[in-house]
Design a protein. Structure first.
Lengths: 137, 137
DNA sequence: AAAATTTATGCAATTAAGTTGCAAAGTTAT
DNA sequence: ATAACTTTGCAACTTAATTGCATAAATTTT
């Protein structure tokens, strides 16, 4: 199949199967994060569980990251090329209450917060809700 | 029943039924946020749906606020006396990955973020994950 | 006070997301 | 070619959240 897609998979040590190529192709083309059921609807006949496991595999291998945007279903989006998914490089996510789309605001890092004494930070999830630029106009 | 509890309910225009008094009493005593099923387990024989609707009523009337801490079940905690639940007074929440408890960090306001142009902010959910002071020692 | 109306509660059932078990199909190594 | 391992597809299950509806309780009207 397409060379850059296989390259991506190989570089993340994920074996490029037909299914994975198709899923990664869909993911790369997204401008906003998608859920498992969004993904399911992009295929005529693909099993939800296979898609589910494909997403899990991609996530484990840092091809994508998952986003809990509070909408009730977890969304997934591509990691940036340099992303190591560590706490220091977390970015803010934006959920549009009008179009229900979830955006990675890759340019906007999660601000640091000072916790009460003896509270240890592991990670932060920051989701801004509002109206996106597309819906705004 | 207890006067202060009924006062609280009345002040928020929620009719003080026996069930609501019991539920509010439990909520007031919590030091960390609790889920519907946590609440259910605090009663011998109480219907989950009644508890569910009680929480919804409390939330609508700003007696409590709900917290999506990413644990899979929504948590609830008392609003502060002065809370109007508007975006300006949102606070950070902390989820301990060891004891699974969710804390309201009422003293820590959610930091403001500057969004891309034409993105309108409605609210922010900021959940910090880590180890709490109790588990730390 | 009785009747009518509204509100709250309890039980059954449903929805939807996420997840697991297992067997069949496909792939890679010997 | 055989064995070992990986991936896929289907069925089934789990859990949180939610709805419908009938009964019970409280409030209002007559
Ligand atoms: Mn993202
Ligand atoms: Mn809180
Ligand atoms: Zn939008
Ligand atoms: Zn803890």
């Amino acid at each position: 199949m397409k060379i850059p897609i296989d390259d991506k998979l190989n570089s993340k040590n994920v074996k490029p199967t037909a299914m994975r190529e198709l899923v990664l192709d869909v993911l790369i083309k997204q401008t906003t994060a998608i859920s498992l059921s969004d993904l399911e609807q992009k295929f005529e006949k693909a099993d939800k569980v296979t898609l589910y496991r494909t997403l899990k595999t991609f996530e484990e291998n840092k091809i994508i990251h998952s986003i809990d945007d509070g909408s009730g279903s977890v969304k997934y989006a591509m990691c940036t090329d340099t992303c190591q998914c560590n706490p220091a490089e977390l970015h803010v996510h934006f959920f549009c209450t009008m179009c229900q789309k979830t955006y990675c605001l890759n340019e906007i890092p999660v601000p640091s917060v000072s916790l009460p004494v003896n509270f240890d930070l592991q990670s932060i999830n920051m989701v801004v809700k509002g109206i996106c630029a597309n819906c705004r106009r």
